[in-house]
Ligand binder design. Structure first.
Ligand SMILES: Cc1ncc(C[n+]2csc(CCOP(=O)(O)OP(=O)(O)O)c2C)c(N)n1
Ligand SMILES: CC(=O)[C@@H](O)[C@H](O)COP(=O)(O)O
Ligand SMILES: [Mg+2]
Length: 634
């Protein structure tokens, strides 16, 4: 009989309050085993979740959630939270189609306060919850858990600014593991490093008397709030040593985030304090699982892996990823033009910029989780004579739409937006699908946008964007490309990159019954749909539109001469490019029956892209079926 685990007896976080520190340490190990074993099958955010186990257990053991509230930043570290809030039995479905989300999700559990996924929002959300509590005269506790890299996002700084001023009681747990996805960057990293180096908690405690004598106004305020002098001050950072304290937020000395007894001791004081308190917790990404400790970047977000070796169990891909083709194409462009510079918002590996960063370290900028700043900086670089390429995931670029409009497009600057993860991304789900970029790019004057249909087209698109000048966006999806480049070509790139004529589509297949105007990789689904339609006696033209903006009006006019104009886009239909085609037809007076296929006005769930595209009716069968039905109804 396998030994009964403490974890199996935890039905809600209330069960934690009766456990001793020793029990909680055992539970932490059981949770780690569960996380490793489950994610080895589902994939997931392993390293961050392993690093946050003790701090989550400590918080839940002291709080009464869901009355008290924990807001997770990004939420990729919250697996332990899921496991102690009644989701153990469903944990094996993590990140799968119809299963548990990889992030906190209010629809999934009353213990989840906020649909996490995008970085740096937790402090604002927690502050709002604390203010709502104050207005209602209630006294529940509010805790935000934020990583050292998420703290570098502008939104987090904006929140700190107000939290410090307002003095609203809330606890910020700063989970400092000295890592973003890769190494963390920026001056705040240095500040935190200095704090870690100069102030150990124990040293602070040992020097309590001295610190008391030198204590600043906040330590005094804390004492006045009725805490026992010893308890209150022993957790404090050295007076005035931290940026947080300068902003008006009480701050502890850095404490070991894997010592559950210490965490509980410090957190209990912070939670009892009637002022905002930042608890500086030092953790290690991947803690407890060797392969993740050794390679936290790979284990930040990993596909299914072998538990013994830590090796990813990936089938060999038939084609390179769009991301790697983009990265290779940009390196080749940069060799030919020294004005080209590349910028990322903490996603060097994810955006395929690692080769660029190695070859051109002086021309590469990782600006941390700071998408607004990245786009603003691109504007300055362009104005200063450089050709910046801002490579940002579609979903995260949503953060910087204002900077795209005002800082880049209004002055019509030469900025290339390399929009990766455009379309459905898969298991990360609704917070991460890149389905709005065509909407937000289309609406901005001066912006031009390409949606390459395969990896060869992507190479041409990058070349075109750099050649034509002005703000140009290139969108391409996550994962394997279409396999159109033969593997023995040097660098997997076409020999010559072409400048694509602006606003000109290309016909992939002639046909006279219906015309399918396809955007991006949907062109390949449309071609396969055309084969299916041919079996049913329907002759479909397939057009790779290439440009989302400007649209090829001649192609639209020709399409309007068939029995049905169909648009297919992997993006939101409301405000999307299909609507753009309809607007052209209306403006020009080209009347024809129309069918716009894309993502209806709803958020898309999680699952493999294949399953999601099937559900959305955006695979070949779905497209063919919609067209056949529409023709029948005419
Ligand atoms: C707005 C935004 N930009 C980028 C990301 C991608 N991202 C997810 S986690 C992460 C690093 C987070 O580091 P940190 O906050 O220190 O947490 P850790 O993983 O170290 O626990 C990044 C860049 C994101 N989720 N949201
Ligand atoms: C949590 C987060 O936002 C990232 O880790 C994201 O999951 C990365 O996605 P990719 O796997 O597409 O790079
Ligand atoms: Mg970190």
């Amino acid at each position: 009989m396998p030994e009964k685990r403490i974890l199996d007896a935890i039905t809600s976080p209330a069960d934690l309050s009766v456990l001793t520190d020793e029990d909680l340490a055992i539970l932490a190990q059981e949770i780690r085993d569960e996380i490793v074993s489950t994610t080895s099958r589902t994939g997931g955010h392993v390293a961050s979740s392993l690093g946050a186990v003790e701090l989550i257990l400590a918080a839940h053991s002291l709080l009464s959630c869901p009355r008290d509230r924990i807001v997770f930043d990004v939420g990729h570290q919250a697996y332990a939270h899921k496991l102690v809030t009644g989701r153990l039995k469903d944990f094996s479905t993590l990140r799968t189609y119809g299963g548990l989300s990889g992030f906190p999700k209010p629809d999934e559990s009353v213990y989840d306060q906020h649909p996490s996924g995008h970085a740096s929002d937790s402090l604002s959300v927690a502050y709002g919850l604390a203010k709502a509590r104050d207005l209602a005269g209630r006294n529940e506790k509010v805790v935000a858990i934020i990583g050292d890299a998420a703290l570098s996002g502008g939104m987090a700084f904006e929140a700190l600014n107000q939290i410090g001023q307002s003095k609203t009681p809330m606890v910020i747990v700063l989970n400092d593991n000295e890592m973003s996805i890769s190494h963390n960057v920026g001056a705040m990293v240095k500040h935190l490093g200095a704090l870690r180096a100069s102030q150990s908690y124990r040293q602070t405690r040992d020097n309590m008397q001295e610190i008391m004598e030198a204590s600043g106004p906040f330590a005094k305020a804390l004492l006045n709030l009725g805490r026992n002098m010893k308890d209150s001050v022993k957790f404090m950072a050295l007076p005035h040593a931290t940026i947080f304290e300068q902003l008006g937020i009480l701050c502890t000395a850095p404490i070991d985030g894997h010592d559950i007894g210490l965490l509980r001791e410090v957190l209990s004081v912070a939670l009892a304090t009637r002022a905002p308190v930042l608890v500086h917790v030092v953790t290690r990404k991947g803690e407890g699982y060797g392969p993740a400790v050794r390679d936290p970047e790979t284990f930040h977000g990993i596909a299914p892996f072998d538990v013994m070796t830590g090796q990813v169990r990936k089938k060999p891909e038939a084609a390179p990823s769009y991301t790697s083709v983009f990265g290779g194409a940009l390196v080749r462009e940069a060799r030919a033009d020294s004005r080209i510079v590349a910028i990322t918002a903490a996603m060097t590996g994810g955006t395929g910029l690692a080769p660029f960063s190695r070859e051109f370290p002086q021309r590469f900028f990782d600006e941390g989780i700071a998408e607004e700043h990245v786009v603003g900086m691109a504007s300055g670089l362009a104005k200063g004579g450089r050709k910046p390429v801002a490579a940002v995931y579609s979903t995260f670029l949503q953060r910087a739409v204002d900077q795209m409009i005002v800082d880049c497009c209004l002055p019509n600057l030469d900025v290339v937006f390399a929009i990766d993860r455009a379309g459905v991304v898969g298991e990360d789900g609704p917070t991460h699908h890149g389905v709005f970029d065509m909407v937000y790019c289309r609406m901005i004057p001066n912006m031009r946008m390409l949606a390459p249909s395969d990896e060869a087209e992507l190479v041409h698109a990058v070349h075109t964007a750099l050649a034509i000048g002005g703000p140009v966006a290139v969108r391409y999806p996550r994962g394997s490309a279409e396999g159109v480049l033969v593997p023995d070509e040097a660098n997997l790139l076409p020999k010559e990159a072409q400048v694509l004529p602006v606003g000109k589509a290309r016909v992939l297949r002639e046909g006279s019954d219906v015309a399918v105007l396809a955007f991006g990789r949907m062109a390949y689904q449309a071609l396969a749909a055309a084969d299916l339609l041919a079996d049913a006696g329907i002759d479909a033209r397939v057009v790779d539109m290439r440009w989302v903006k400007p649209l090829d009006e001649e192609a639209i006019k020709a399409a309007a001469e068939t029995r049905l104009v169909v648009t297919v886009e992997e993006g939101a239909l409301v405000g999307g490019v299909g609507e753009g085609v309809l607007a052209v037809m209306a403006r020009r007076g080209w009347a024809a029956p129309t069918l716009t296929l894309g993502i209806r006005d709803a958020f898309v769930g999680q699952g493999t892209p294949e399953l999601l595209l099937r559900d959305l009716g955006l695979d070949a069968e779905g497209i063919a079926k919609s067209i056949a039905e529409r023709l029948e109804s005419e």
